[in-house]
Structures are given as C-alpha cells and as structure tokens.
Design a protein around this ligand. Sequence first.
Ligand SMILES: Cc1cc2nc3c(=O)[nH]c(=O)nc-3n(C[C@H](O)[C@H](O)[C@H](O)COP(=O)(O)OP(=O)(O)OC[C@H]3O[C@@H](n4cnc5c(N)ncnc54)[C@H](O)[C@@H]3O)c2cc1C
Length: 525
Amino acid sequence: MSRNAGENEIVVVGSGHNGLVAAAYLAAAGRRVLVLERNGWFGGGVVTRELTLPGFRHDQHSMAHIFIHANPLLAADELGLKARYGLKYVFPNPPMMSVFEDGTTLAIYRDRERTCGDIAKFSKKDADAYRRLAAQAATWLPMVAASLYTAPAPQGASFAMLDQSPEGREFWKVVQMSTHDVLCEYFEHDKVRMHFARIAGENLVSPDEKATGLGVFVFVGFMEAYGIGVPIGGSGRLTDALIACIKNFGGEVVANVDVARVRTANGRATGVVTTDGREYKARDAVIGAIHPHHLGRMVEGIDPAIAKAAAATQISPVACITVHAALKAPLKFRAGEAVRAVMIELLPTSYDTLRRSFDDLRYGGFSQYPLVGLGSLTMFDPSRVPEGRATMHVWDYVPFDRADGKSWDETKRDYAERMLEHMGRFIENVGSDDILQYHCDSPLDMQRTSSSFQRGDLHGIATSTYQSGAHRPTPELGQFTVPGIDRFYLVGPFQHPGGGVFGAGRATAVKLAEDLKIDLSKVAH
Ligand SMILES: Cc1cc2nc3c(=O)[nH]c(=O)nc-3n(C[C@H](O)[C@H](O)[C@H](O)COP(=O)(O)OP(=O)(O)OC[C@H]3O[C@@H](n4cnc5c(N)ncnc54)[C@H](O)[C@@H]3O)c2cc1C
C-alpha cells in the first residue's frame, strides 16, 4: 500500500520497549508510525538515565536482559538492531550469584558442570540433583521459548494437550506446584534450596506460592542457553536502537505527549486525543500500552463488561523499591570468594528466614530480613561511569500501602538507608563515605515513571496462573485485542508473556499484520 505523506497509519501510545518493538516491525514493513510518549524520555522500563551525578548512567528499571535473546527479534536480529543500529551485549559468566551472610557463595554458571561444582561445596547429592533439574530444564526450554513470542494458545487446549503424555503431565504438575515444593523434591541443603527459591522473588512472589514451580526450570534453562545480556552503554541502548530503526523507516517518536483517550468510530479505533486536547488520527490502527485498570476510561466505546473484568485484575501485593548509587569505587564484598555476576542476591544463612520475609510481606508488613538483590554492571561495562568509579542498582520488596500509614514520598529515604545499612553486612564500601550520591524509587515513583508499574508491580499485574498465557490480563484481552473495538491492539507487561524485557511487542505486531494483511516476512533483516 502506498504511503501518504503526513498521514499516520499506525499510532502507538507509549514508548516502552514493547510499543517500540511493535512500531519498528510495522515501520520496517512500510507503515508510517507515530509513537507518543507521556514522559520527557523514552523507553518506559528500558531506560538508562543520569539519575545521580553527571557521567553516571543508571538503568532506572530493567538492567538484566534475559528473555529477549530467544526472541527472533534478537536471535535472528530481524530488524538489524545489532547489525545496523548499534546494540551490543556482553554475557558475563556466572550470570547469577547468591552471597550468604556468612560469606559463602553459590553461583549459576552457563556451564552445568561448573554449577554442579559450586553446589557440591554444600552437597554432592544436590550437585547430582542439579544435573537432573538442568537437563529437564533444557528439555523443556524449546517448548517454553516457542510460546513466549507469539499470541498465546488457548488455555483449555494447552492443558488438554499436556494431559496426553507422561511428559506433558509432569510439566503440568510442575506448573501447579510451588517453587518450594519443587526444590524440596530435588535438593536437601538449605542454602541450595534458598539460592533457587530466591528466583521466585524476582517474580514478586514467595517460593511458597503455589503455581510458581516452573519458574526455576525456565530460569535455569535460560541461564544455560542464553545467560544474562548486559547491553553496553546501558539497558536504554535497546530503546535507542529501536528508535533509530523506526526513524530510519520514516517513523516518528515524540516525547511529552500524554494520551487521554483512544478515539473510536463505528467500533473501530481511529486515533487518539491527548490530555491537552490534541488529536492524532490513525488511518490503520492504534497500539496502546494501556494498563487493564485504565482501559474503561481510556478506550471509547469499550464493552463495560470487558472493562470491568480488566479493572478487577489483581496486582501483586509485593511491590519493588530501588536504590541507584554512584560509587567512589567498585564494590568490595566481604565474602572470601570473588563476587562477580549480573544479578547478585544477598541472602541470610537460613532458608526459613527468607521464607518468613515473604510471609511478612503477605501480611502487609516490611520483611524483617531485607531481600536485597543488586547489580553493579560497571563490573562489565565501565563505559557507564567516569574512570575508576562504579554504580550499583539495588532492589528490595515492600508493601505499596504502608501499614504505618506514612507516605512513601516522605519515608523512602529512610527505607533506602535501611537497605544500605543491611548491605554493610555483605559489602565493605557502601557507607556514606563511599556513596557519592543515590537516587531511590519507591513503588509510588515506579507508578509515576510508567503507568504499567501500578502500585510498584513491575509486571503490571500479578503473574498468577489465572492471569497468565491466553488469560493475561483477562480471557477477553489475551490475544492483544479488545473484542468489539476493531484495529486496536495492546502491548505491555500485563499482556502475555508478562513483565520483563521480552520484546513481546513483536507478537502484537504479528497479530496486527495478520489482521491488516501486512507482509512481515520481508522485514527480516
Ligand atoms: C524496578 C524495575 C526493575 C526491573 N528489572 C527488570 C530486569 O532486570 N529485567 C527484566 O527483564 N525486566 C525488568 N523489569 C520489568 C521490565 O522493565 C518491564 O516489564 C518492561 O520494561 C515493560 O515494557 P513495556 O514496553 O511493556 O512497558 P513500559 O516499559 O511500562 O512502557 C510503557 C510506556 O508507555 C508510556 N505510556 C503509558 N500510558 C501512556 C499514555 N496514556 N500516553 C503516553 N504514554 C503513555 C509510559 O510512560 C511508558 O513509557 C523491571 C521493572 C522495574 C519497574
């Protein structure tokens, strides 16, 4: 189809990486795309900013790019983000490491035998069990990965298929088990169990939560096959590469435009209107990073029953709080062994302490033992700081509504100080003399930086089974479309496959392209 100058064919609400991925595919397929972003910067959860001092570049939200590497977007470099638009990764080994308060450590390496060697420090039996777990994870990985980057299959049919074979039934069993139950089946040592149990926490859930068991297999499978990608220059380099690609194909990406509503006429999306009354028409389609809680007020003519179900989707009661620090010097861990990994988890010596910390959160309190994780990616990419300096990105979990009724704006620095003090048990140089400056994002700040992160849920909505796959965020909205509104498509962490840097906007682009008969096969680089 020929392109008319000045006419937007596809308008995308939000410059998060998923909106940008969808926009980039459609721009590369010859459509005129316009991306509108509310913030004064681009990228949503994939952004690198000078949050503290000049020259210190911090990944404000995502820092670990894991699941996007199996996506054909990067696996086949379909848009040339790596070949043409400057996106470069390093894959440090080990990608993940636990540091226990008594100074011992345990890592997951890309190489299975090296991980087994580390586990054997605690239990030889557990090292053998890891061989079995990792082999199972590798067997399941292709099936899991194949489901992540396309529209989800119907839930009923998927489970019926799994029920046809012993292998399928084993997979389904693990899907329904808690992480803790799975770990008790495999491992005997407290620290080995705790090391893998902490992975569930990254999904904002306790290891005791039912239907989280598969997470360990997915994580281990991805660690061995892909590791964790650290983009040179920062997480936001992915955003930069996507924007360069969109612009190269004549698209536009505009900041400081707050979209109030998606316009519809005769059951079809026709454009958007901004909070200051500007209208942008979309000849072919609108794509929106619109949280399910906001669909009712933002999409004209939406079926009230669909909007009501979307508004009832549940957000995790466990919110995230982060501290980004500019450091005088690289971190010095107290642990006897070298600590060097993308994700570093600071853990107690007893597994029960970790489990009880999640229980504290379940009841709306602060966890008695902070569940601090951190990344100091200047270990692998010194280009992000002035010479000799370092950064750290620290996260912990808190309730969005504080039991003491205090506001996060008034108290976030007190909580940040608690995190830093706790870290002093593990790290020598995180005192006030070592930190040049720090920035703290409370759960409220996260919601402010992207409406995806409501109540500090970095996955948009909880990652429970009933809000997963084709039922994410609701059964009606699971195919990236809104029944009753033609030519309107959804992107966001609240859609399949969930929160994380997946490049999931590709699946939305594929769906839109099928509907509009756009040939994406020619796009592939
Ligand atoms: C603290 C934190 C740490 C994280 N760490 C990791 C990690 O290490 N690895 C990982 O894989 N994932 C991580 N995540 C999750 C990951 O960042 C997100 O799941 C992902 O970025 C979501 O991308 P998205 O494009 O779907 O949405 P978003 O990134 O939320 O983008 C949506 C964009 O749309 C804009 N927008 C929304 N509504 C409007 C409107 N009406 N008008 C105009 N613009 C609008 C928003 O401002 C935003 O820029 C983290 C998230 C957080 C909060």
